[in-house]
Design a protein around this ligand. Structure first.
Ligand SMILES: CC/C=C\C/C=C\CCCC/C=C/C(=O)SCCNC(=O)CCNC(=O)[C@H](O)C(C)(C)COP(=O)(O)OP(=O)(O)OC[C@H]1O[C@@H](n2cnc3c(N)ncnc32)[C@H](O)[C@@H]1OP(=O)(O)O
Length: 302
């Protein structure tokens, strides 16, 4: 079924992006000559991309049941779809969210880093790096609509966004809990957290592998806003509408100035980081810890 429709945005609004917000607030919807905006839904098996009703905004929904673990396939699809959005200059902002009830993302797919061979670990880690670099340095405004549990790699993904809205449900938690699995968050996970909540809070959170319930996550600055579960996505969209009022070039240069030094830390030594990961994760003791953790997760039901 063709889902394509074309909306026309006046060129003046594209040249002055902040004018779009004002214009739409005034109820201006007249299709006049300008640039075509595709409203076609696209995406792939595990990542759905839908243009939102506000011009220039898309919602990217992860659907990798049961827990949106970051498998190699999901990571690859995420990066491809993000690139598509970035190449389509009509998009300025994206909401990242989940289709798995009660779970934003369970983080890295443990079956990708447990019981595989070194070549697979290297390929997988490169994909994790790529996901982080692309999201962290994206010119788009990214808002995470965290509608469920958000541990480890899921938390990292949300920390790459410019703003985080989380469901105010005490059943959900967010944090970098790697030490609880007997593994170590790499330096760029750590740097992303430090840039968000500061050094002291990060040191404590990382050493203890803390998973913060929403109220504590808000207090520590890991998320920016808590809302009832059914308002997470709509709030994320309204936050984006506010950010859209800022001229893109100024916001993008500012974002880059804030983030590039951190990203450069990894860009300068990607291969070394891959080698470190492969040798760390291949250790017998680490593999045993991961197997035990996975077994516990699987036993939970039994
Ligand atoms: C010196 C250093 C140098 C280099 C670096 C080296 C090291 C490594 C760094 C690696 C960084 C790692 C980052 C990570 O993200 S690791 C993953 C951490 N994730 C977690 O701890 C979350 C685990 N999951 C949960 O807590 C729960 O599943 C969750 C998300 C709260 C949902 O709970 P629930 O709804 O009850 O669902 P179940 O637990 O029953 O799970 C359903 C099903 O999914 C399987 N599963 C869960 N999580 C994962 C996962 N992350 N990967 C793969 N599979 C997962 C679970 O086993 C169940 O499977 P089943 O077969 O039983 O149906």
């Amino acid at each position: 079924m063709a889902l394509t429709a074309v909306v026309r945005i006046p060129t003046r609004a594209l040249l002055r992006p902040w004018a779009r917000l004002r214009d739409s607030a005034l109820g201006w919807m007249e299709p006049v000559g300008g640039v075509e905006v595709s409203t076609q839904r696209f995406g792939s098996q595990r990542v759905l991309v839908e243009p939102a009703s506000a011009a220039g905004v898309a919602v990217m929904t992860f659907k990798n049941p049961p827990v949106n673990s970051l498998s190699l396939e999901l990571l690859t699809e995420l990066v491809i779809n993000l690139e598509k959005l970035e190449n389509d200059k009509t998009f300025r902002g994206v909401v990242l969210t989940s289709d798995c009830p009660g779970i934003f993302s369970a983080g890295l797919d443990l079956t990708e880093i447990c019981g595989r061979n070194p070549a697979h670990y290297a390929e997988y880690w490169k994909a994790v790096q790529e996901m982080w670099l692309r999201l962290y340095l994206s010119n788009l405004m990214l808002v995470a609509a965290i509608n469920g549990a958000c541990p480890a790699g899921g938390c990292l993904m949300s920390l790459t966004c410019d703003y985080r809205v989380m469901a105010d449900n005490p059943k959900y938690a967010i944090g970098l809990n790697e030490t609880l699995l007997g593994i170590v968050a790499p330096f760029w996970f750590k740097d992303t957290l430090v840039n968000t909540i500061g050094h002291r809070a990060s040191e404590r959170a990382l050493q203890l592998g803390l998973l913060f319930p929403p109220t504590e996550a808000l207090q520590v600055g890991m998320v920016d806003r808590l809302v009832p579960e059914d308002q997470v996505q709509s709030t994320a969209l309204s936050v984006l509408a506010q950010w859209m009022a800022i001229p893109d070039h100024a916001r993008q240069l500012t974002k880059n100035m804030m983030r590039k030094p951190t990203a450069d830390g990894l860009l300068k030594k990607r291969d070394e980081d891959i080698q470190n990961f492969v040798s760390f994760i291949s250790r017998d003791s680490i593999q045993k810890s991961l197997q035990m953790y996975l077994a516990k997760l699987r036993q939970k039901k039994g």
